[in-house]
Design a protein around this ligand. Sequence first.
Ligand code: ADP
Length: 306
Amino acid sequence: MKEIKVFCPATIANVSCGFDVLGLALESVGDEMLVRKKETPGIKITKIEGQDLPLETNKNVAGVAGLALLNASNYKGGFEIEIFKNIKPGSGIGSSAASSAGAVWAMNELIDKQFSKLELVQFAMQGEKLASNVAHADNVAPAIFGGFTLVRSYEPLDIVPVNTPNQLYATVIHPQIEIKTSDSRKILKTNISLEKGIKQWGNLGGLIAGLFTEDYELISRSLEDHIIEPVRSILIPGFDAVKASAISAGALGCGISGSGPSIFALSKGQETAQIVAQTMSKVYEEIGLDFDVHVSKICSKGVKLI
Ligand code: ADP
């Protein structure tokens, strides 16, 4: 195999109660990437379509993540990458993670799977570090493992794949304003009260249990965030109205996707997820803010061959 083309899924990080530890991959929203083996060592990004992003290897997350893999491997050659972006950077659905995860996953396929998924996450985290100054794994882990993933620990890195109930659908609405992950991190407090901590880990445990037992009511009760959402939602115009509309339309829960400004809702069944998309859209139509909206099943595979 000399070259492969892959689908790199968009991801929703945090999922309300799992700040920096929980994430999920979407099945029908994502980028595409072509990775080609070359005899010349190093990584060259030869084409980027869809978004204006740097071609320089050390300024593009795909290059930085790819170099981390290359340096750890015994492969003596290099790679050429073409990126076809659908996910806008700064939209909160893991644009940088899609490129980082896609690059290392594809390269690993081309060098006979030298690395485990966990190692691929570690390489992809270097791309995340370039994008947001923090080597977080909550987008790249679901992008590589698929489904829901929990980052149980960062040191050492321990990723727990979590069951995805079959009827679970995500609706994601992206109001057309840009929030940089690095900026939306700056406004967060670094301390939390014990009272808020108790609520948050109760909900996180409840959500994980609900996902494994496919208990949609428990999933719904657990989709709460008492720590991050009250601070970050201030940056997102119409957040409270969008959330209220999603819940009234039957969503199990609704919150900020990653660092925003995208807002996600989870629903049982595609039909409800579509209705939720319509009611969320109506709020932005009334405000007069441009938006994109997507309905997607949760992707069980992560990055995959196309
Ligand atoms: P997101 O959460 O959508 O990934 P971030 O703000 O975290 O958004 O990251 C986007 C940043 O990463 C931007 O500054 C962008 O220029 C940079 N970047 C570098 N390479 C890429 C790439 N291949 N895809 C997306 N963003 C990239």
